[in-house]
Design a protein around this ligand. Structure first.
Ligand SMILES: [Zn+2]
Length: 88
């Protein structure tokens, strides 16, 4: 009998920042994407319970994820736009 356990990450789109930031990876100016990422424990590929939540800023060009603290994320979340993500 095999017991298959693992984890899975779900990314939730929360909007885009109203101001532009310079990406530290690609060096371009963009309005970054606000995401929350939840990590789930899985049993036989079925998500059972979440064990971690992270708040990230994502560069829409190179997809670099930047970790930010909660206060900064909340401030950006209050001043966001909810437009759809446009593929570049
Ligand atoms: Zn970038």
């Amino acid at each position: 009998m095999f017991i298959i356990i693992g984890n899975k990450h779900f990314t939730h789109y929360r909007g885009r920042t109203r101001d532009e930031f310079t990406c530290p990876h690609c060096g371009r100016d963009f309005r970054f994407v606000l995401n929350t990422v939840s990590s789930w424990f899985t049993f036989t590929f079925v998500p059972i319970f979440p064990y971690r939540f992270r708040r990230t800023l994502e560069c829409p060009y190179c997809k670099t994820q930047l970790k930010i603290d909660g206060a900064t994320y909340d401030a950006l979340l209050k001043n966001r736009t909810r437009e759809k993500i446009r593929k570049i």
